[in-house]
Design a protein around this ligand. Structure first.
Ligand code: PEP
Ligand code: MN
Length: 337
């Protein structure tokens, strides 16, 4: 049940509702918005429903939760969640670009890419040290040495960075270097990993599972939120469909749908969606046009020699050109760059 307080409800009214919930052994999650406060009630549904909520001081209405997720829903919080990481802001009308190599490979590659994406307007760097690969014989990432390179680039170019964490046992390590932890598509339903990143303080990027529905995706976000970490950025990265012409099918419809279903920011990854260089710019433009809160793009100084995902990596010059168009679209829509 979600109890929506009146605009003019007082602190005493809010405390009154919380204590009624506690009296029946229910948890009360208070969310204070700019316009009104809502209280999420968790516990025995029958007992909660029998209380006369709408007769209580300061209560506007009590809405039963029909969805399987609660706290990440727009019903629970009407205003956008805004997540600030250094100079990068996600949600609340901003349009923010994350860019960098798919994987950190060596110092020269990381530094050259970081310098180029910063110059072209990226606000956050990407670059993984632990790579989920289809083949166990493919390059798996540099591990901690990769995180050290990324941290060096952060200092030099003043760009926070995001890196993937594949295993619960590595959460503390990745979190000790990276500004944002990423859960990749293959781990979206790894509920122990979701809970683990929910219990550490860094913001989390949650990629959509490539076969996940929007509801399953938001439930995965709920696993993180429920543990106390509310800084979650959703990333649409394409889903598997019957179409084989591109690596995945970018579900652009997910962007406006998620905006209606959830208060969390949503970023689009046009690189892993299309899987081919020539598709990246058109998909990025579509993302900005559809109302995404940002994009995350693979860039490499020499894509031909990339150890991972070279086919979809943009050259720094291609990235800069793409940014001009994408930022123009985002600006027309009133986004803050
Ligand atoms: C990535 O962003 O490098 C990545 C592995 O993406 P995904 O989990 O979407 O495949
Ligand atoms: Mn990749």
């Amino acid at each position: 049940m979600i109890i929506v307080m009146r605009h003019e409800a007082t602190e005493a009214d809010i405390a009154g509702v919380v204590s009624r919930l506690q009296a029946i052994d229910c948890e009360a999650h208070v969310s204070r918005g700019q316009l009104r406060t809502v209280i999420g009630a968790i516990g025995d549904r029958d007992q909660i429903q029998t209380l006369p909520w709408e007769a209580m001081a300061g209560v506007e209405k009590a809405v039963p939760v029909l969805k399987s997720f609660r706290f990440v829903s727009r019903d629970f919080q009407t205003e956008d969640s805004v997540i600030k990481i250094g100079g990068a802001t996600f949600g609340g009308g901003h349009f923010t670009t994350i860019a960098g190599p798919c994987a950190a490979e060596n110092r020269d590659q990381v530094m050259r890419t970081a310098e180029a994406v910063k110059l072209a307007g990226a606000k956050m760097l990407r670059g993984d040290a632990f790579k989920p690969r289809t083949s166990p014989y493919a390059f798996q990432g540099l591990g901690e040495a990769g995180l050290q390179l990324m941290a060096e680039a952060r200092e030099q170019f003043e760009l926070p960075f995001v890196a993937e964490v594949l295993d619960s046992r590595d959460v503390a390590l990745v979190s000790s270097y990276a500004d944002v932890l990423r859960i990749g598509t293959r781990n979206m339903s790894n509920f122990t990993l979701l809970a683990e990143v929910g219990r550490q303080p860094r913001p989390v990027q949650l990629k959509r599972g490539f076969t996940a529905t929007l509801e399953e995706w938001l439930n995965a976000a709920e696993y993180i939120y429920k543990e106390g970490n509310h800084q979650i950025i959703l990333v649409e990265r394409g889903i598997r469909t019957f179409e084989t012409a591109a690596r995945n099918t970018l579900d652009i419809t997910a962007v406006p749908l998620i905006k209606g279903m959830s208060h969390l920011p949503i970023v689009v990854d046009p690189s892993h969606s299309g899987g081919r260089r020539e598709l990246v710019a058109p998909l990025a433009r579509a993302a900005a046009g559809a109302g995404a809160d940002g994009i995350m793009v693979d860039v490499h100084p020499t894509p031909d020699t990339a150890l991972v995902d070279g086919a979809q990596a943009l050259l720094p010059s291609e990235f800069a050109e793409m940014m001009t168009a994408v930022n123009a679209i985002a600006s027309v829509l009133g986004r803050v760059l």
